[in-house]
Design a protein. Structure first.
Length: 297
């Protein structure tokens, strides 16, 4: 076992040795920086980590520079307590911005976004629209909950005391997601162990809970103003090449979210997978990766 990887993640599954950037006060963000060429920045969501993009990163690094960060509290990045890090959307976008500034990625960027990665990545994009060349979206959002979509009960539960105990005490969010978010190709026990490996105790599960708690539902919520600003500025990207992949068996990022994206970007190339779930890249990666390679090339 590599000392770089947590127990449950093998070098065969995750054939990378990443790098670390000190964000502030000794807190280190882990990221992959592989290959050379035009940059492709892949931003994961919750409760995944850079592992979600492992196959896509391996395929694209042959012709592109591939950057895949682990958000603070996720994957191989540090997992500080609330007293040392503000687990909010603004912090996530700030971290991504600091990383890309530090490593000199400032032009002709292709963004690849999934789940919360869409909100984080597009918040960065509206700060620097001139840097974005192409966008790939997969079961994600970058706007408030669509008007015709009810707030999912599982998300409400995670914002309660019971939810805190389930998520941080029993790793319920990461473990359940690994079982239910793939529909076409259910994960093997080996894959489930790898997805949940970074979240192996109460302290290390802080981000999986804070992400859910940060979803804004009222103006007083910390992330509300950031989401509002990003949402209002999304139309400016309508002229860019945009590629959309959607697993229709996603109980959160469902057809309501897809409808919003298609309204914003009617010219986008869209691929819909009726039998795939939220982890659409796991379910349909064999079909998606060649399409993404072609799109970027």
């Amino acid at each position: 076992m590599s000392p770089y990887l947590p127990e449950g993640v093998t070098p065969e599954l995750y054939p990378f040795t990443g790098k670390f950037l000190e964000i502030k006060d000794g807190i280190k963000l882990h990221y992959l920086d592989e290959g050379s060429g035009k940059p492709v920045v892949m931003v994961h969501g919750n409760p995944t980590w850079s592992f979600y993009y492992r196959n896509l990163a391996s395929a694209l690094k042959l012709n592109n520079r591939v950057i895949v960060p682990d958000h603070i509290g996720c994957g191989l990045s540090d997992k500080p307590g609330d007293d040392k890090y503000d687990y909010t959307l603004k912090s996530r976008a700030d971290d991504l911005e600091q990383l890309l500034e530090t490593i000199g990625v400032k032009e002709k960027i292709t963004l690849v976004l999934h789940d919360w990665g869409g909100m984080i990545g597009m918040t960065y994009a509206v700060r620097h629209p001139e840097r974005i060349e192409k966008i790939v979206l997969m079961n994600t959002g970058a706007f408030f909950l669509p008007e015709d979509k009810a707030f999912p009960p599982a998300m409400w539960l995670a914002r309660t005391f019971l939810g805190t105990v389930l998520v941080r005490g029993f790793n319920a969010f990461a473990a359940v997601s690994a079982r239910v978010c793939c529909k076409r190709r259910p994960m093997s026990p080996e894959l489930r162990r790898a997805y949940t490996a970074p979240y192996n105790n109460w302290a290390n599960r802080i981000a999986t809970l804070r992400f859910v708690q940060d979803v804004p539902v009222k103006p007083a919520d910390k992330a509300y103003a950031v989401v509002k600003d990003t949402q209002e500025k999304l139309p400016q990207f309508a002229g860019l090449p945009i590629l959309i992949f959607w697993g229709m068996k996603d109980f959160i990022f469902d057809q309501h979210f897809l409808k919003v994206w298609r309204g914003l970007y009617p010219r986008a190339e869209t691929h819909i997978y009726p039998d795939c779930g939220h982890y659409v890249l796991e379910d349909a990666g064999e079909e998606m990766i060649p399409l993404i390679k072609k799109f970027i090339a």
